[in-house]
Structures are given as structure tokens and as C-alpha cells.
Design a protein around this ligand. Structure first.
Ligand SMILES: NC(=O)c1ccc[n+]([C@@H]2O[C@H](COP(=O)([O-])OP(=O)(O)OC[C@H]3O[C@@H](n4cnc5c(N)ncnc54)[C@H](O)[C@@H]3O)[C@@H](O)[C@H]2O)c1
Length: 326
């Protein structure tokens, strides 16, 4: 059945991949985005999509955007950790206060289900530990603190109003439309761009720091599955979106060589480690398997190939690896 969904931040990296997924399934989509980091170029035209250029902090805009939708996917945020430090209050307004406003609007509209992007940043510095959802949370940045505030308010909205919400603690995402400006998996986007341009790569520190890299189609599948879950059984939950595999930056370079079918462009340049960078990050997958049916994720080797293909001139972003969950 055709339904209409609101995607905030729908012109961004993850949001636009989600918009594509919803349209491919025959749905209609309302995008609310201020285009601060997202781009209209990420959005298709057509009768099934309407775009509201607006600030997610505005209650009036949220009211308009939610007028006719069945549910909300909330991706709009100030994503750069350093941006959140530089403009602590501005980022707080977008990342925390606007999310509370969005919950309140969804509640007024009849308890619309909300799937919102939380982040692995709520775990803080857990080097060496596999992060599962029941760990004590210890964010070390205003960005992580605001994402945790969203989770806390989601729980409170459930207690007070029975507003159904799913908070997805997303790890390091990569895939088509990721910009090099992303402070998450900037490393992957940087490597991809360097490979295309024939520029040498830069590694900060010894390259043994590791991350749990998750392909964007798995994030999209997780968001869609979370919405299905909320509609079947209204509730409030959080779940990781990750692969359970942590890969070092040096191994990532080797995998890139394999995926690109050619050696890295020039010798890798090593620069001093960046202060405050966490050593390793890895998420537990049990809850996303149990709650979202995400038992398999795209192997990094396949995701890298698809990502590199998407960088080729005239490539079409067909999200080749979207899972069977559709
Ligand atoms: N990319 C990752 O690795 C990752 C990891 C964990 C969580 N997340 C979360 O996923 C969500 C999407 O991230 P992304 O990587 O696609 O980032 P992105 O910057 O590509 O997308 C964010 C979108 O939100 C829009 N936006 C920002 N502020 C806004 C405002 N005030 N009003 C309206 N629109 C606004 C931007 O223009 C952009 O289109 C964010 O909530 C982010 O915190 C991302």
C-alpha cells in the first residue's frame, strides 16, 4: 500500500539513500532539509516526492511536514563532531531540541512512529570492547551527548504518551553520496577520492586504529525494518546498526587496493595521531538481528567495490546492495 513518509535530512548522505529506497518501494516522501550539508542534487524529481526547504528546529515546519505522513524518519543533524564543539548551542538546538520538538509534533499528530538516527557516539571511548546496547553510556562529545539526550527523551515520550520510537546507534557509515566532509568515515571517503584522483593517502597515527564500517544500504534496511517493527508493535527501543567487524585503517587500505584492482596511488603519508581519537570501535549485532531481522550485513569487500563503482563518472547510484528486507 502506498503511504507517505517524512524524511528529515533527506537531502543528505543517509537520508537520500533512504528516500531512494522508499520511492523504489512505491511510497511517497516528504523531505525536510535546510541543505546545510545535503544537496538538492541528491534528490530525484517526480510526483512522489515533495521537498520542504526548512529548518528542523521550526515547529511550524514540522507541523506542515507531518500533515499527511504515516511516520517519520529523522536524519537531520549537525553531524561533524568538531562543528558541534565550535557551535555547541547551535548544534544542541538542531541535534537535541529539534528532536524533542519532532517527538512532540509526532505525538500531537496521533503518535506517529519515529525512527531517528542516534549514533555509536553515545558509547564514548570504549576501545577494545564490543559495544552492546546495555553498556553504560559515556559520550565524550557534545554530539554524542545530544544523541543520548534524544534517546532519553524518546524513553520519556514513551512513558508519558506512548509515542513509538526507534533510536538507531549507527556506526561508521560509507557508501554512495558520502561527502569527504563527513567526520565519521571521512577516511573512507578520502581514500575513495584519492584513488579516483591518483593522490596519495594520508593516515593519522600508526593506522592500527579500527572502526566498524557499515554500508549505507544496511542502515537504510535497518531504518525500514525499525519502522515496520514499530508499526507492528508500538514500543520504544534502541539498536545498533553495525557489522560486528572492526577493521584497522591499514587493513582498510589493503582492502581498497583489492576492491580498486590497483595499488594505492603513491606512498601513504603518516601524520601524527589526532588528539582524542578513539582507538577502536566495534558494535554488537545481536539486537539488530533479533529486533530488525538484520542477520547479515554487506561485507566490507563488496561494499567497497560498490562504493568505488559509484564514484566512477556517470555511475548511477542504484544502491546495489540493498537487502532482502524490502
Ligand atoms: N554518517 C555516519 O557515519 C553516521 C553515523 C552515526 C549517525 N549518523 C547520523 O545519521 C544522520 C544522517 O547523517 P549523514 O551522514 O547522512 O549526514 P549528512 O550531513 O549527509 O545529512 C544530514 C542532513 O541534515 C540536513 N540538516 C542539517 N541541519 C539541519 C537543520 N537544522 N534543518 C534541516 N535540515 C538539516 C543537512 O542539510 C543534510 O541533508 C545524522 O543524524 C547523523 O548524526 C551518521
Amino acid at each position: 500500500m502506498t503511504e507517505c513518509w517524512l524524511v528529515t535530512g533527506g537531502a543528505g548522505f543517509i537520508g537520500s539513500n533512504l528516500v531512494d529506497h522508499l520511492l523504489r518501494r512505491g511510497h511517497q516522501v516528504v523531505v525536510l532539509d535546510d541543505f546545510s550539508t545535503g544537496s538538492p542534487d541528491n534528490l530525484p524529481g517526480g510526483d512522489d516526492i515533495s521537498v520542504l526547504r526548512a529548518d528542523v528546529t521550526s515547529t511550524e515546519s514540522l507541523d506542515v511536514a507531518m500533515a499527511t505522513v504515516s511516520g517519520v524518519f529523522h536524519c537531520a543533524a549537525t553531524v561533524g563532531v568538531q562543528d558541534c564543539i565550535d557551535d555547541w548551542f547551535g548544534a544542541h538546538a538542531t541535534n537535541a531540541t529539534a528532536t524533542i520538538r519532532l517527538f512532540e509534533t509526532a505525538q500531537r499528530k496521533g503518535n506517529l512512529p519515529v525512527v531517528y538516527a542516534s549514533s555509536a557516539a553515545v558509547y564514548g571511548n570504549r576501545s577494545g570492547e564490543v559495544c552492546h546496547e546495555d553498556l553504560p553510556l559515556d559520550p565524550v562529545s557534545p554530539y554524542g551527548a545530544d544523541k543520548l539526550a534524544c534517546e532519553n527523551h524518546a524513553r520519556a515520550f514513551w512513558q508519558v504518551h506512548r509515542l513509538p520510537t526507534a533510536g538507531l546507534r549507527i556506526f561508521n557509515v560509507y557508501g554512495p553520496r558520502q561527502t569527504v566532509a563527513s567526520s565519521y568515515s571521512g577516511v573512507l571517503a578520502q581514500f575513495g577520492q584519492n584513488w579516483q584522483a591518483g593522490r596519495p593517502n594520508v593516515v593519522f597515527g600508526d593506522g592500527l586504529q579500527s572502526r566498524d564500517f557499515v554500508y549505507v544500504s544496511d542502515v537504510v534496511a535497518g531504518m525500514a525494518a525499525a519502522m515496520d517493527r514499530l508499526r507492528r508493535t508500538p514500543r520504544c527501543f534502541v539498536s545498533n546498526i553495525c557489522t560486528g567487524r572492526s577493521v584497522s585503517i591499514l587493513d582498510l587500505l589493503a582492502l581498497f587496493e583489492g576492491a580498486a584492482g590497483r595499488p594505492a596511488p603513491g606512498p601513504t603519508e603518516f601524520r601524527p595521531a589526532r588528539p582524542g581519537e578513539i582507538r577502536s570501535s566495534c558494535g554488537a549485532t545481536a539486537r539488530m538481528a533479533e529486533l530488525l531481522g538484520l542477520y547479515r550485513t554487506v561485507p566490507l569487500e563488496d561494499g567497497l567495490r560498490a562504493y568505488l563503482n559509484s564514484l566512477e563518472p556517470r555511475a548511477t547510484v542504484e544502491a546495489p546492495l540493498v537487502q532482502a528486507l524490502e
